[in-house]
Ligand binder design. Structure first.
Ligand SMILES: NC(=[NH2+])NCCC[C@H](N)C(=O)O
Length: 299
């Protein structure tokens, strides 16, 4: 008994590893597309922990693919250079000069920083943009009027990612896309991650956000919805009970699942090791969306 108590903590740690075993088996060799953005990208400690999670995933046999955003760093640089940012419906009006800075910050700074961190932690990453290997083809998005070089993705060519995965690399993708007109387009990172996951027929699409997941508000009490099947997710989307900022994220998850991604997850990037907790535990920590999500579909 004393022995048992003495080793209690250690045994609990072993239980954690054992809980992960069925998921390591199930997801080994499978592709997981992770949209990396928000707070998890701003805080140095969080950054490191997200990349540790990703390197661990790789070493236990999963194939993580990272798609990253850039938000605040782009604003900072534009400010430094004295370029004024204008917004329409929350979208940045992107003229040629702004697009140049966006590309510079995303590829030159953020992308390479992620690559270095992964390499430092023992993984092997390759950073590319949507232009490389013609990964993301875009057209001008005029759904909000003409706001410049903001694009919508019209074609995805995953050859370059497949090549990297076959050789054991972790692809790190900046969502800067090319157009047939020879121009460069900025595309939304969530959407890019969703489209890449679809094209890869990925096991999972995981969006790291600054919220717990999809919340249901009943009588002013909000609680996390842990699992949703497609029907539930669509109904929720149209119910008007969803927070405005979450609409495009949920929409992106629904589309991905409709187009062949097994599960889409919206998780809290502010929480340390949220990726590991979602993927390798039974309950997870965010919202998981699947075509059909049964309670016993864990294994
Ligand atoms: N939010 C949730 N209910 N997550 C459950 C995750 C289950 C399992 N770890 C998986 O990735 O498939």
């Amino acid at each position: 008994m004393i022995r048992k108590q003495k080793y209690g903590d250690e045994i609990a740690k072993a239980h954690v590893l054992i809980e992960a075993l069925p998921y390591i088996k199930k997801f080994s060799g499978k592709t997981v597309v992770i949209k990396y953005g928000g707070s998890a990208m701003l805080d140095c400690n969080l950054k490191r922990m997200v990349m540790q999670d990703i390197v661990l995933m790789k070493f236990v046999g999963l194939n993580p693919v990272i798609v990253h955003g850039g938000g605040p760093e782009i604003n900072k640089m534009l400010e430094k250079l004295g370029i004024e940012s204008k917004f329409v419906n929350g979208l940045r009006v992107t003229d040629e000069a702004t697009m140049e800075i966006v590309e510079m910050v995303l590829m030159g700074r953020i992308n390479k920083e992620i690559v270095s961190l992964i390499n430092e932690l023992g993984g092997q990453a390759i950073g590319i943009s949507g232009k490389d290997g013609k990964l993301l083809k875009a057209e001008k998005d005029i759904s909000n009027g003409d706001i410049g070089y903001v694009g919508k993705i019209v074609d995805v060519n995953i050859d370059v990612i497949t090549m990297m995965l076959e050789k054991g690399y972790i692809p790190v993708i900046a969502p800067v896309s090319f157009g047939d007109d020879g121009k460069t387009y900025n595309v939304n990172a969530d959407t890019a991650a969703g489209k890449i996951a679809e094209a890869l027929k990925a096991e999972k699409l995981i969006l790291l956000t600054d919220v717990e997941g999809i919340l249901s508000n009943i009588n002013d009490k909000s609680s996390l919805i842990s699992r949703m099947d497609l029907e539930h997710a669509k109904e929720f989307m149209n119910s008007g009970r969803i927070n405005g900022g979450m609409i495009p994220k949920l929409e992106c998850c629904i589309k991905a699942v409709e187009n062949g991604v097994k599960r889409a997850h919206i998780i809290d990037g502010r929480l340390t090791h949220s990726l590991l907790l979602e993927i390798f535990t039974d309950e997870g920590i965010g919202t998981m969306i699947g075509k059909e999500c049964f309670d016993d579909d864990n294994l």
